[in-house]
Design a protein around this ligand. Sequence first.
Ligand code: PDD
Length: 285
Amino acid sequence: MDEVFLNGQFVPRDKAMISPDDRGFLLGDSIYEVIRWYGGYFFDLSGHAARLRRSLHETRIIWDDDSKFEEIAGELIQRNGLGTECAIVYFQVTRGVAPRTHAFPDPPVKPTVYGFARRQSINTLAAEQGVGIWLTPDPRWNRCDIKTTALIANILPYQEAHDRGFAEVCFVRNGVVTEGAHSNIFFVRGETLYTHPENNGILSGITRKNVIAVAKGNGISVAEEAVAADMIPYMNEAFITNTTGEIVPVTRISEQVIGEGTPGTLTRRLQRLLREHIQSLDPNH
Ligand code: PDD
C-alpha cells in the first residue's frame, strides 16, 4: 500500500487531504528535500537534515518537530515495503494553511508537513554513456541556496532543454556556469576539478559536497571556482551530480562536444570512488 506522511500521521495516499488554502499550493511558500535510500540505508541523511533545517531557518518556516525528520524518512521506507529497494524519500514543509495574503499568517499556523517514498533506481544508461545538457541564461532569483518548491524558473528552461533532446539545462549568470535545474555541475581541466562555490547562486548539493570530499580524500585537486561559459570549449570533462543520478557524465553542452564526446577518465574514476563511498556507508558492509 502507498502510505504517505501528512501532518504527523501516516495515511494511504488517496486519503491524504491538503487544503486549497495551503500556502505551498497558493504561493510556493514551502521548502523540500529529496533523499536517496540504498536498499538498507540512507545516503548522508544528516546532510539532508541539516539542509532542511537551514531551508526552514532561511524561510522562517517553523516546524517544531524537525527532530523527527530522520525517523519519518525511515518509517516511510519501511511502511512502503522499500527496505531492500533503491528508493527516494521526498519531504516538503509549507508555511501552512491561511487565507491568501503575502504576509505570514498572524497568529502563526502549523506548517503542512508532507512526505512520500517511491522506488527509484539510478539511470545506469546515463551514468554509462553520459548526456547532453543545454546552456541558457539563469532566470532564477538570488536565493538559489534555499531548496524551495517554487520551481517554475527551473521548470520552464528544463522543459525547453527536454524538448530539444537534452537531459538537463545548465544556467549561466554573470558569464559563469552556476548549476543545473536540478543538479550541480563540475568541470575537469587538466588534473583539477572545478565547481561553482557554495553561495546564493547555487543549491549546496549533498552529492556535490560528498563528491568534493571523496575527490580531496583521494588526492584529486578541487577548486571551488566558477567556470566562465566561454571557457567551456577548453574543458576536458564535465559531469552533473544530484541525489537521483549520483554522477552523470556530460558529453555535450549545447552544440559543444566535451573532450572526446565520451565520459572522461576522471569522471569515471569519481563515479567509482563515489560508489565505493556509498557502499562503505552500508551498515552491513
Ligand atoms: N534536486 N541544484 C538544484 C537546483 C537542485 O534542485 C538539486 C537537487 C541539486 C543537487 O542537490 P543534491 O545533490 O542534494 O540532490 C542542485 C533534487 C534532486 C530534485 O529537485 O529532485
